[in-house]
Design a protein around this ligand. Structure first.
Ligand code: PLP
Length: 459
């Protein structure tokens, strides 16, 4: 089919996620055709270096034949097996067992979802059930971070702390609350390190006190706040939040949808600080985007309260037709094998510091205010004024300029609306590809810097 026709059909019929619908119609879609390794090819034949692993998910790169084989073999053998009325399939059971073995201590129970939003949504439902079963039905309030992202289902979007997900959607809900992000670069009091950790602890304590601890169910956090602009908290932050939740007697939920499966170095970001949450959501890297799947991992004690709760002879009414889908599970098993036995996790651990070293050099660029990273997850925050950290005026449409310049230079990265660039390349990147990412990104930044409106806005 001709590309122009596809673009016209897209314009007329396809609703894109998190997009200004009319602006998209005016601009038109870029139709991707194929992928190999870190490279994508679009319908115009342009080769693009994907420095964002699709949507921070294709951690193993494109074109991994063994994953394709695993999916095809499972589809031939048994394309679907319900998890309802006691049935399931071998790959689903084996995957649950492997995840329980690989995840932080105590997370022994796995509920499979289709992605991250419904993993968080499942967490919300199970947490509600948990406190009711414990005989503390007043505990309904949940706290998360400003600039956090926990998905866009009707409940997870309210825990998300980004205005675009609340605006016109009547969110957050009454029981959803946010405390400031541990965002050193823009901390109003200029705090970093331990001082910023202490500030977050105090903010969580204050919020719990304001709500009344007897009304608070849980605190949710990402180990690195991805969609909020790759905000990397100070060392010790996650551990301190875990400790605070324990002291307060509220559940601690870690959302590893982006950070899981080697994105920040270890298999799970919790491992950096020996954190063992009560619940943990994963998705993305679980199947590396080759098939949809997410999971909610639960500590044994959470599972036990629900399993042994009142009326426990009745069904616990939470389920999805595709929970534990055997094809996705077969894909995930092979992806896990590639991470662990195929050397992909180890490669990411080698390439992360290389990426960091190259990005450090970018801080000298006239547009760059701050560079931050953890493993193969990084951000470059652009500012109009390095002294005051003032951003470019929204009317300049910096994000669109950056994306367009990246496309011209043959690179895909995430250009956040506030002028922050996100990077999350596949963990399979070679040293040469890491250099190519930073070289192409620098060229795109130079192109944007050369634009008269941008130069005029620079102070
Ligand atoms: N949680 C986090 C931390 C995420 O980054 C995302 C997606 O980017 C989600 C949840 C939602 O996942 P999904 O888009 O698969 O529903």
């Amino acid at each position: 089919m001709k590309n122009e026709l596809l673009i016209a059909m897209d314009r007329d019929h396809l609703v894109h996620p998190v997009t200004a619908w009319r602006a998209h119609e005016a601009k038109g879609a870029t139709v991707l055709e194929s992928g190999k390794g870190l490279f994508l090819t679009d319908r115009d034949g342009r080769q693009l270096l994907d420095a964002f692993a699709g949507l921070w998910c294709v951690n193993i790169g494109y074109g991994q034949e063994s994953v394709v084989e695993a999916a095809a073999a499972q589809m031939r053998r048994l394309p679907y097996a319900t998890g309802y009325f006691g049935y399931t399939s071998e790959p689903t059971i084996r995957l649950a067992d492997q995840l329980a073995g690989l995840s932080p201590d105590g997370l022994s129970r796995v509920f499979f979802t289709l992605g991250g939003s419904d993993a968080v949504d499942s967490a919300i439902r199970f947490i509600t059930h948990y406190w009711n079963a414990r005989g503390e039905p007043k505990r309904k309030h949940m706290i998360a971070l400003d600039k956090g992202y926990h998905g866009s289902s009707s409940t997870s979007a309210g825990l998300t702390g980004l205005p675009a997900f609340h605006r016109q959607f009547d969110l957050p809900l009454r029981w959803q609350h946010h405390i400031p992000a541990p965002y050193a670069y823009r901390d109003p009091q200029g705090r970093s390190g331990d001082a910023l950790v202490a500030a977050s602890v105090a903010q969580l304590r204050a919020k719990v006190e304001e709500l009344g601890v007897e009304n608070v169910a849980a605190f949710f956090a990402e180990p690195v706040q991805g969609s909020g602009g790759v905000i990397v908290p100070p060392v010790g932050w996650l551990k301190a939040m875990e400790r605070t939740c324990r002291e307060l007697g509220i559940l601690f939920v870690v959302d590893e949808v982006i950070t899981g499966f080697g994105r920040t170095g270890p298999l799970f970001a919790c491992e950096h600080e020996g954190v063992t949450p009560d619940l943990m959501s994963v998705a993305k890297g679980l199947t590396a985007g080759y098939a949809p799947m997410g999971a909610l991992l639960m500590a044994e004690h959470v599972h036990a309260v629900i399993a042994d709760g009142p009326d426990n002879h009745l069904p616990i009414g939470h389920g999805l037709t595709y929970s534990g889908h055997p094809v996705s599970a077969a894909v995930a098993l092979e992806v896990l094998r590639l991470y662990l036995d195929g050397g992909i996790l180890a490669n990411g651990q080698v390439q992360g510091p290389r990426l960091a070293a190259r990005l450090d050099g970018l801080t000298r660029h006239p547009l760059v205010g701050e560079v931050r990273y953890k493993g193969m997850l990084a951000a470059i925050e652009l500012v109009a004024d390095k002294g005051t950290k003032a951003r470019f005026d929204a009317s300049l449409g910096l994000a669109d300029r950056l994306s367009a310049a990246g496309y011209e230079r043959g690179i895909i990265f995430r250009a956040f609306a506030d002028g922050t660039i996100g990077l999350a390349p596949a963990l399979t990147a070679t040293e040469e590809e890491v250099h190519a990412i930073v070289d192409r990104l620098t060229a795109a930044l130079d192109d944007v810097l050369d634009q008269p409106e941008i130069r005029a806005a620079l102070r």
